[in-house]
Design a protein around this ligand. Structure first.
Ligand code: Q9C
Ligand code: ZN
Length: 341
C-alpha cells in the first residue's frame, strides 16, 4: 500500500497541561516517524509526498473564518510579545455568548477550541495544512483508480469540527478528504473511525447529511474523552437521520467485544455501498496506550484490517491517534497489512 507522507509534521511539537504541569503533548513528532520507519521496514509500498491543495479545500468542511484563524493565530499571539505555545483557556459554555467572535487572541483561542489540548505554535499552520494535504492527496489517488492508500497524517483530525479544534486536532483530515471525493464524483462516502476516542468532529460535520455515513467505535463517553459526544442515541438529524452510528464500548474492551462491534459496523458499511471508505485510523485502542483503556493486542490490529478489507470498497486510511510510541508503527502497519492479505 502506498503511503503519503511529509516531514512538515515535525514543525508542530506542542505542549499540554498534564497533572498541573506543562509538558510535551502525548501527540508528538516521533509518532509519525515511527510509523514511517515501520512502513519502510516491512516494504509496505511507495512513500509519496503530498500535492499542494489549499485552504479552499479545507473550507469545504470548516468555516472560512476558522481556517483564517488557524492561519493567523500564531502571528497574532507573537504580536503580543509571546514566544511559547498559545493555549486556549476560556470557553463559551452554556449561556455565555458564542455569537460574537472576540477580537483578542485569548478570546479567539477559546472561541475556536473545545479543550486545551490544541496549542498553536510557530509551525502549527504549516504542519496542519500539510497534514490535510496528505489526506487530500490520498483521496485524489483513489479517484485516479488506486484501491487503497495510507495518509500518514499528523496532527490528527477527527476531533476538529467545522469551527473548532480539540484533542490534538486542528483540520479534520478525514472529513476534508471525504468531501473532496464527493466534490469530484463520489455519490456516497463512509467514514469508519476506529480511534479509541469518539470522532466528534467528523460526526458533527456530517450529522445532517445522508451522503456521508459516519460509523465510530470508541470508549464510552461516560468515562472517556471527549465526554460530551459518542453516545449510541446520536444517530443523525434531518436528512442525516440514520447515517450516524456510534458504538460506545466499555472500559477494558478486548478483542472479543471489539471484534463483535466491528463486524456489526462493517455489515452496516457494506449495506451502505459507499464509493469510498475513509478510515480514521487510531491505534490508541492498544493495551499499552498511556491515555486510553482498551486491551487490543498487536495481532488484533491485523484483524481490524482484514475486517475492513471485507467491506470490499476503495479505502483511504487516515492516521489519527495512538500514543504508545514504541508500538505505534507495528500496530498501524498491521492494520494496513491485514487489509492487504
Ligand atoms: N491526560 C486523538 O486521539 N485528552 N486525540 C488527553 C491526557 C485528549 C486524543 C488527556 C485526548 C485526545 C486524536
Ligand atoms: Zn484517540
Amino acid at each position: 500500500m502506498l503511503t503519503v507522507y511529509s516531514p512538515d509534521h515535525q514543525l508542530h511539537h506542542a505542549s499540554e497541561l498534564k497533572d498541573g504541569k506543562v509538558s510535551p503533548c502525548f501527540e508528538m513528532p516521533q509518532r509519525a516517524e515511527i510509523v514511517l520507519a515501520r512502513s519502510l521496514q516491512v516494504g509496505l509500498g511507495d512513500i509519496v509526498p503530498p500535492q499542494a491543495f489549499g485552504p479552499q479545500h479545507y473550507a469545504r468542511v470548516h468555516s472560512a473564518r476558522y481556517v483564517r484563524f488557524l492561519q493567523q493565530a500564531w502571528g497574532e499571539w507573537q504580536a503580543l510579545g509571546h514566544s511559547h505555545d498559545a493555549l486556549p483557556l476560556v470557553w463559551p459554555v452554556r449561556d455565555l455568548r458564542s455569537d460574537i467572535e472576540p477580537e483578542h487572541i485569548d478570546g479567539k483561542l477559546g472561541f475556536y477550541a473545545m479543550d486545551a489540548g490544541v496549542a498553536i505554535t510557530a509551525g502549527t499552520w504549516q504542519a496542519v495544512s500539510s497534514s490535510a494535504n496528505l489526506a487530500l492527496t490520498g483521496a485524489s489517488l483513489l479517484h485516479g483508480g488506486l484501491h487503497s492508500a495510507f495518509a500518514l497524517c499528523r496532527p490528527p483530525g477527527h476531533h476538529a469540527a467545522a469551527e473548532y479544534m480539540g484533542g490534538y486536532c486542528y483540520l479534520n483530515n478525514a472529513a476534508i478528504a471525504a468531501q473532496w471525493s464527493l466534490d469530484n464524483g463520489s455519490r456516497r462516502v463512509a467514514v469508519l473511525d476506529v480511534d479509541f476516542h469518539h470522532g466528534n468532529g467528523t460526526q458533527s460535520i456530517f450529522y445532517d447529511r445522508s451522503d456521508v455515513l459516519f460509523v465510530s467505535l470508541h470508549g464510552d463517553p461516560r468515562r472517556s474523552y471527549p465526554y460530551f459526544s459518542g453516545h449510541r442515541d446520536e444517530t443523525g438529524r434531518g436528512a442525516g437521520l440514520g447515517f450516524n452510528l456510534n458504538y460506545p464500548l466499555p472500559h477494558g474492551t478486548a478483542w472479543d467485544g471489539y471484534g463483535e462491534a466491528l463486524q456489526h459496523a462493517c455489515g452496516q458499511l457494506r449495506q451502505y455501498r459507499p464509493d469510498l471508505l475513509v478510515v480514521s485510523l487510531g491505534v490508541d485502542t492498544y493495551e499499552g496506550d498511556p491515555i486510553s483503556h482498551f486491551r487490543l493486542g498487536t495481532g488484533d490490529f491485523s484483524r481490524i484490517g482484514a475486517a475492513i478489507a471485507a467491506v470490499g470498497v476503495p479505502t483511504l486510511f487516515v492516521m489519527e491517534g495512538g500514543y504508545m510510541v514504541d508500538e505505534i508503527g507495528i500496530n498501524a502497519v498491521n492494520v494496513l497489512q491485514g487489509f492487504e492479505h
